[in-house]
Design a protein around this ligand. Structure first.
Ligand code: SF4
Length: 287
């Protein structure tokens, strides 16, 4: 019992830890040599980049990216005393809590959500049974199902994420689905009335994100994302061989990655300077 108590104390909020590095948490890695989804002790490294310079970094124990976004943006503000006007991130970061945070901090969220690409597929757009494709009457607050039946709101549900964010979901229910010829295609549960759950706040954040992402500026920012943080990670990992931390504990790993980031920025700066110099030489030679 004493030993288990000690394990729980070391873990804290986590659900695992490594015995050789108590701050490291078991998580799935992209590198999966055995091809069996094996977890390994590690840290979740987050970086922000601008013109391929690392402007901020953070080391987190949460394996999911969405859970790191708010503390990461907070750390950016602490570091610079100001916040970015625009944030570009992939769908791993797009959830209600993060959108709400960015809205309240005046950040334009060019952040995808998990169904962003699926929504554009014909199979998805033509499926009238999906809640997203049903007609919604906002003034009278009801949905219309494919058979034309009104689905009235019948309740609310609340949930609290492990980060403490409280979401509210409205439940709408059909009056009667007995004998409906579309029943087999509509839903699979055994109950007689189909009910649907809708998070209106989350949906409005997603709608706004979609508008931003499909705007001209959004398209430009989206296309530059693969050459921003992804390219920087690729350069550090594959071109410079930094694939594993050599030190243990969160404090030391933070310092280690700080040095890696510093080295990356210096390399980048020196490459820009030498390009400029070459440009000058070239100009003189031409004259
Ligand atoms: S099963 Fe119910 S909700 Fe689905 S189409 Fe028929 S009446 Fe509408």
């Amino acid at each position: 019992l004493v030993s288990y108590k000690r394990h729980l104390e070391i873990m804290g909020e986590r659900n695992s830890y490594s015995k050789t590095d108590l701050d490291a948490t078991f998580m799935r890695m992209k590198e999966d040599a055995m091809n069996n989804g094996q977890t390994k002790p590690g840290y979740n490294v987050q970086i922000a980049t601008e013109n391929q310079f690392i402007t901020n970094y953070g080391i987190y124990w949460r394996p999911t990216d969405w859970g790191t976004m708010i503390p990461f943006l907070d750390s950016f503000r602490e570091r610079y005393g100001t916040q970015s006007n625009e944030v570009v991130a992939d769908s791993g970061y797009g959830n209600e809590a993060n959108y709400a945070y960015m809205e309240s901090n005046g950040i334009e969220a060019y952040v995808k959500y998990n169904m962003f690409h699926a929504e554009t597929k014909r199979r998805y757009a033509n499926n009238g049974f999906l809640v997203q494709n049903m007609y919604y009457n906002a003034s009278e607050d009801y949905y219309v199902c494919p058979m034309g039946q009104h689905m009235e709101r019948c309740g609310k549900q609340h949930s609290v994420s492990d980060l403490g964010y409280r979401s509210e979901v409205d439940v709408y229910r059909a009056v009667n689905c007995k004998g409906c010829p579309l029943r087999g295609m509509c839903y699979s549960s055994v109950i007689d009335r189909r009910s649907i759950k809708v998070n209106h706040r989350s949906d409005s954040f997603k709608k706004h994100a979609r508008e931003l992402l499909t705007s001209e500026r959004g398209m430009m920012l989206r296309s530059s994302r693969p050459i921003e943080p992804e390219a920087v990670f690729g350069d550090i990992k594959f071109n410079h061989g930094f694939r594993r931390f050599r030190l243990k504990s969160n404090r030391k790993v933070r310092i280690e990655f700080g040095l890696v980031a510093l080295a990356h920025n210096l390399r980048k700066y020196s490459a820009i300077l030498s390009k400029r110099m070459m440009g000058r030489n070239h100009a003189y030679a031409t004259i």
